[in-house]
Design a protein. Structure first.
Length: 315
């Protein structure tokens, strides 16, 4: 398969680090030094499905396809206002899709997990065109009193249209199941029968361990997708790394020994938008005209689960 269209959509409210200083014991200097983030887009009066719809419509327009051309829709999402139906069905209705729709909750590597699922459908000859939308509002998961987590996140949606072809050359998805490093608990409706204690908790995270894991896992994944195709790091034109923390991206870049210009970043004004991060990054730099035909792009993402994934794409 190959990527023939991309799109993205962001909430209009921009929260600067200075806005956070007003109610949190933090500083612009701390946030920029430790994370690289200066501002982030945050959901206010929008609904996440509207961002997902906008990103999908832009990707379809970019691909020159109509909703009726899509044979499979995959929506990547961690949290949204609906328990059911899946966010994908809400977005599908808004876009006018008629094809099967499935939702995956694979946290930050969700875009690459979706690529892997789509790839299997293409290989099985079941589809001609697939739409992937990653729509995330992680700012609704953290406590805004917890300075170690809330400063990190931003909301948004990114989308890609895939069609038959040779562009996506190698994908690796993996898991090192360890739910205690990043998790959140949301109690269900009470019943007359439930006797266990269920307490809602905002996002809990062991930042240091996640940081270390992210750098190590990403390098392993990148080397694995390249090795599968007989390539080395030097053959890659651009690395599109999940925008979790600029220091994580820098750690990966330095260990791989790659110059800065091969690591496009947008975390500075986005923060971490979970699975939307990679497709938003792709869409923004594609629209800036960064990629030319034949360029080799490597995606790498890591997050809750712990899940990780990487993909090698020839543009
Ligand atoms: N402003 C000011 N101080 C802060 C702060 C903030 N927003 N957040 C934490 N601190 C403080 C801590 O309380 C701690 O203070 P102490 O030394 O008095 O206890 C100090 O800063 C250092 O905290 P530490 O957690 O060791 O900092 P760090 O350098 O590891 O950076 C993260 C913290 C969260 C930025 C970093 O660990 C990280 O980005 N981890 C990965 C998280 C991630 O990407 N998660 C999603 C993965 S998809």
């Amino acid at each position: 398969m190959r990527i023939i269209g991309t799109g993205s959509a962001l909430p209009k409210k921009v929260v600067e680090n200075a806005d956070l200083e007003r109610f949190l014991d933090t500083s612009d200097e701390w946030i920029v030094t430790r994370t690289g983030i200066r501002s982030r887009h945050v959901i206010s009066d929008e609904r996440l499905e509207d961002l997902g719809r906008d990103a999908a419509q832009k990707a379809l327009a970019d691909a020159g396809l109509a909703p009726g051309d899509i044979d499979l829709f995959i929506c990547s999402n961690v949290v949204n206002e609906y328990m059911t139906p899946g966010l994908g069905c809400i977005i599908a209705a808004a876009v006018g899709l008629q094809c099967p729709s499935m939702d995956i909750n694979c946290a930050c590597p969700g875009f690459i997990y979706a690529l892997d699922i789509a790839d299997s459908y293409f290989r099985a000859g079941k589809v001609r065109n697939v739409l992937v939308v990653c729509a995330e509002e992680p700012t609704r998961m953290t406590s805004w009193q917890d300075r170690a987590t809330c400063v990190l996140f931003g909301d948004g949606a990114g989308a890609a249209v895939l069609t038959e072809g040779e562009g996506v050359r190698s994908i690796r998805i993996s898991a090192r199941p360890d739910p205690e490093k990043i998790w959140q608990f949301r109690p269900l409706e009470p019943t007359p029968f439930v006797t266990k204690t269920e307490v809602g908790l905002p996002l809990q995270m062991n930042g240091r361990e996640v940081f270390r894991f992210a750098v190590t896992a990403s390098i392993e994944d990148i080397q694995a997708v390249l090795a599968k195709e007989g390539l080395t790091v030097g053959d890659v034109d651009y690395f599109l790394i999940h925008q979790a923390n600029l220091r994580i991206v820098e750690g990966i870049r330095q260990r791989l020994g790659v110059p800065e210009e091969k690591f496009p970043c947008n975390i500075q004004d986005h923060g971490n938008s979970s699975s939307a991060s990679c497709p938003i990054l792709l869409d923004e730099y594609k629209r800036k005209g960064l990629f030319k035909k034949g360029d080799k792009l490597v995606f790498s993402a890591f997050g809750a689960g712990l899940l990780t994934a990487a993909a090698l794409v020839e543009w």
